[in-house]
Ligand binder design. Sequence first.
Ligand SMILES: [Zn+2]
Length: 284
Amino acid sequence: MQGIYLAEIITTGIAAAIFVPVIHRLKMPANEWLVWLAAAIAVPLQPLAFYFVRVPLDHWLVAQLGGSGSTTYQWVTSFYAPLTEEPAELLPLLIPAIRRDLGVANFVRYALAIGFGFAIGEMWLIAHFVARVPAFAALPFYLFGGYIGERLVTCLLHGAFVSVSLWRLRSRFLLGLAGAMALHWLLNFPILLLAWNAGGLGKIFWTTINQIWLLLFFVTSLALLSYFTFGRFSPGRALFGRRRCPECITEYDAPMFAINFGLTRYERCPHCRHWHWTKAFSQT
Ligand SMILES: [Zn+2]
């Protein structure tokens, strides 16, 4: 088996190990069968959007512009993913039962499920592309660490993007969809800078910027989902939950920065300001 396909299977396994329990345990009332149905429907949507919308669109555009080398072409292509993928992620809503079940109280859960399914389909399609590149075909799976990390982050990003659309499902829906598209476009924007080698700063510089940008989006997505879930920006809480200080016995949202050992962390209590070992603490 080609290394990239093994990397794809590993990534799918890790993503499932993270997202399935989170989506299952989220305390948001929803028909769980419908939540998983939405995730399953989302799996083939990225490849379908790619082959049935994006590729024909691209052929048409290349014919209009007389080639694919121009800056105009690159600008326009940067809109492909946001314009095709954000509407595609809403296709599970064509099932009336899903549309009825989805509401203010559970849209984040649906968004995470749809984003997870969609990202799985996308990671398979990308693995398929990588496998066709002769330079990559013979590489072992452990050299695809970049693919694994990027694809795992993407699972969350797709969930965050579609959450913006679902958030506005019943009032000013187009505004929500436009917001999701804008976020998606912003995420991809530094890829253009890399392609242009903007400012002549070099491939390594722009690749690094792209990776930092991806991390920034990861934290922003956590903050956004946490805002939708808890009503405030607390990415630490989204990741590590509520904590209780063993010294002053007050509860607080997990801070982002701490020393992590699985669910046990060495962190600073925001009340007594002392450092402690804490475990995740459920306040329900
Ligand atoms: Zn304390």
